[in-house]
Design a protein around this ligand. Structure first.
Ligand code: TYD
Length: 204
């Protein structure tokens, strides 16, 4: 089973993944946690370029292709082998991030983005995608108080609002795969909701 977590910056995905993994392992599931961009040696090197505040001159197409290059490697080197070994893979971001950020956020032509995304993911589809739904403003405020502010966070607020709207559109286009979780509630409530939805999907 391939599970992905999506959401605007500061929606809290990254803090939830280790606890979900621990919980599922406690139930005797084999779980592999992953993240994008990155997750492979090549992907981590791409990540260091694409999130670097010093790379501010990056063109939108360069940005898109770098995220996708990291993903192509991640799909083949990480996700497919772990799924084949019977593990649950939980990934902090996947293909929907590119549609939301580069497609809706940067307003790159969706037809082109969708074609490129399809090429990079090479037939791999998540079984379940959890959206941590949070207004862009709240997410960015949460992030400014942490020290991992990156180049994508630094885009104007309107960019982040478009990303959020894009995510909501994506959830409507494929309601069987997406579950929307309200991320504007206590961390414990969000964690409980995530656990509940994952178990429900595993049992189905
Ligand atoms: P990261 O520090 O991992 O943030 P988060 O914890 O919010 O995931 O940074 C990843 C950033 O890269 C985040 O701002 C979203 C962005 N991103 C894209 O723009 N497109 C993509 O395809 C992916 C995977 C991420």
């Amino acid at each position: 089973m391939f599970i992905t977590l999506e959401g605007v910056d500061g929606s809290g995905k990254t803090s939830h993944v280790p606890h979900l993994v621990e919980y599922l392992r406690g139930l005797d599931y084999k779980v592999y946690p992953a993240r994008e961009p990155g997750g492979t040696p090549i992907g981590e090197r791409i990540r260091s370029i694409v999130l670097d505040l010093r790379c501010a001159e990056i063109d939108h197409r360069t940005e898109t292709l770098l995220f996708l290059a990291a993903r192509a490697q991640f799909v083949e080197q990480v996700v497919k082998p772990h799924l084949k070994a019977g593990e649950i893979v939980i990934s902090d971001r996947f293909a929907d991030s590119t549609v939301a950020y580069q497609g809706y956020g940067h307003q790159q032509p969706l037809e082109v983005i969708n074609t490129l995304v399809k090429y990079a993911k090479n037939g791999l589809e998540p079984d379940l995608t959890l959206l941590l739904d949070l207004d862009a403003e709240i997410g960015l405020k949460r992030k400014t108080i942490t020290d991992d502010w990156n180049r994508v966070d630094a885009y104007p607020i309107d960019f982040h609002r478009r990303v959020h709207d894009g995510y909501l559109k994506l959830t409507k286009s494929d309601p069987d795969r997406w579950i929307v979780i309200n991320a504007n509630q206590s961390w414990e409530n969000v964690q409980d909701a995530l656990r509940h939805e994952i178990i429900k999907r595993i049992k189905n």
